[in-house]
Write a protein that binds this ligand. Sequence first.
Ligand code: FES
Length: 165
Amino acid sequence: MQTKRIVIAHLSLCRGCCCGAVEKGNPNVPVEWMKDEWKKRGLKKSIQLTISGCLGPCDLHNVASISSAEQTMWLGRLREFSSYAALLEWALASRDAGQALPLPSELNELRYETAVAREFARRGMEDYRWLRSDASDPERADPVAAEGRCGWVTPIRQALLHLQQ
Ligand code: FES
């Protein structure tokens, strides 16, 4: 299956139960500003912007992820407006370069590692069967179950199991 919608990268900004929940005392996520800038600057065709529900690690609010052909990067504690402005600048520069550029240092400092990324780094892409939930086989036991409280691992697992078929 193919899509005509080929993008350089996909930025997901979490606006779930905790990220951007100012009523809980958490910092705002400037959703409308980002959407307006994305439209005004003509980014929609090259960098996908998605405002998502909970991505999982609520304790690191506010959370974002950036997926490209090379990797998926996770960012947490996006508490300053300047971080969102830096994401916009990164997206514009990546569009102009025709590829997902490395993140600037102020965003790089906000990266965190997920259990999934750790396991991929440790075991390698070839053996993705470890993502299966099979407690009877320690080699295939789910290493992220404890962290998957919001079900954020499920889409990744489903995608990989689909590839396996
Ligand atoms: S609400 Fe953003 S990670 Fe849960």
